[in-house]
Design a protein around this ligand. Structure first.
Ligand SMILES: [Zn+2]
Length: 435
């Protein structure tokens, strides 16, 4: 009897303990798990499905205030599951996921593609380096995984974003008002277009060069003697034509009355064939075959030598009482005979020879038809075809050709149009726009 009674008490105690344990377990505070959100291009989405995995002897899911995520519960929580972003004019999309997620993977699908609908898949790093290569409809699914730890159960969530990639070529013009002597930069981001853009303008000879990432730039010269007028620049970019309207604004140029020794004129300008010599040697350099179709220059152009500017850019020069002015297409820098002349920037020497009118002359092509010209040198230290770095010595200052004393005539041309060297030297030129 006693044994039976004792056994009964033990069973009761065990039952009570078990009951107490059950009550304790049931009353354990529910562990909350904020449902994480994911954003694509700033558009937040809640999971359209998710689940987590409770450990053994853990509060069962039906007692927690968390239940498996469904489309409805997620939408109730804050907002939107199945985020629809509409049309996006971008090659890369910014994905933001919670930092505490232990794993993030994605799958990008072209929903209307029946064969190979998967465009890309991988982890967050893969997404960050992913770039779209074609327009169309896309569906992005993002998977977040949380490992089990002290405070959380393991959990998985899925997010969905639908959108259309619609990238079109974009053309922009650095300005709609340009001074005589300026350069207008034209930028064409061609998107997924495989053809190069083309430019049409009567301001001067120029063409697009590739700048990477399917972007192109062209540098339109506004010559010192370009008439002040409204001008159109037309860019053919894939299917569409984009027109830029630019007003050319008159710049103020200095006037100089100058006495030139007759013997200098006779030994240069008046030599039979001098004009033809200039035309054949320097006139042809505007031709496309002397253009390098890539950017060779590297950063800001330097003023080759320091000295007094004796003749300014675009100067009107009345010589020996003449009633008609000649124009000065560069700048004259007075400096001692024999001073080394460095290349203003990186480029390819396309001419290094003697010209009756300009003396020993060097022309460097820096890409896209942008050239620097150095005249009246006493010595040439480079040859046509040489690649030169900025600062490489290309010759020595002299007074050869149409010149009355040692100086460097420094000039900048695009195609056949002379433009002001100052914005290039001072770092304000529009060509530096993207550097
Ligand atoms: Zn000069």
């Amino acid at each position: 009897m006693k044994k039976v009674k004792a056994f009964g008490i033990i069973v009761m105690i065990l039952l009570l303990l078990a009951g107490a344990a059950a009550v304790y377990y049931v009353l354990l505070p529910a562990r909350t798990f904020d449902v994480p959100s994911v954003s694509l291009e700033g558009q937040e989405a809640m999971p359209f499905s998710g689940s987590w995995h409770t450990r053994l002897l853990r509060q069962p899911a039906w007692l927690a205030d968390r239940i498996p995520i469904t489309k409805e519960t997620a939408a109730n929580q804050t907002g939107v599951s199945y985020q629809r972003l509409g049309g996006l004019d971008m090659k890369k999309l910014q994905l933001q996921v919670p930092e505490d997620a232990d794993r993030c993977t994605f799958e990008l699908i072209r929903p209307f593609e029946t064969v190979n609908p998967v465009e890309a898949e991988g982890d967050l790093a893969d997404w960050q380096s992913f770039e779209f290569t074609r327009n169309g409809d896309y569906s992005l699914t993002v998977y977040l995984h949380y490992d089990e730890d002290e405070s959380y159960d393991a959990a998985d969530f899925q997010y969905n974003f639908d959108f259309t990639i619609d990238v079109q070529p974009k053309v922009s013009f650095s300005t709609d008002r340009a001074l005589q002597g300026d350069i207008i930069r034209v930028t064409a981001d061609m998107g997924f277009e495989t053809e190069s853009p083309e430019i049409e303008t009567d301001l001067g000879q120029c063409a697009f060069i590739p700048m990477g990432d399917n972007c192109y730039e062209a540098y339109v010269p506004v010559a010192y003697n370009q008439s002040a007028a409204a001008k159109d620049i037309v860019v053919h970019a894939g299917e569409k034509d984009v027109t830029g309207h630019v007003v050319i604004v008159p710049a103020s140029f200095e006037v100089e009355y100058f006495d030139m020794p007759q013997e200098t004129i006779d030994s240069t300008m008046n030599v039979p064939g001098a004009a033809e010599d200039y035309k054949q040697k320097l006139g042809v350099l505007a031709e496309e075959r002397y253009t390098v179709w890539e950017k060779l220059w590297d950063g800001q152009f330097i003023q080759p030598v320091e000295g007094t500017i004796t003749s300014s850019f675009g100067l009107y020069r009345f010589i020996n009482g003449s009633t008609t002015a000649s124009r000065h297409q560069g700048i004259d820098i007075a400096v001692a005979e024999g001073t080394p002349v460095p290349a203003s920037n990186r480029g390819q020497v396309v001419f290094a020879d003697f010209v009756i009118m300009t003396g020993n002359t060097v022309v460097i092509e820096h890409g896209a038809g942008l050239k620097t010209i150095y005249m009246h040198l006493s010595e040439l230290d480079c040859e046509a075809g040489d690649m030169v770095e900025k600062g490489d010595i290309i010759g020595l200052v002299g007074s050869t050709g149409y010149s009355t004393g040692p100086h460097l005539h420094f000039e900048v041309r695009i195609g056949g149009a002379s433009v002001s060297p100052w914005p290039l030297i001072e770092g304000t030129s529009t060509i530096y726009g993207n550097e």
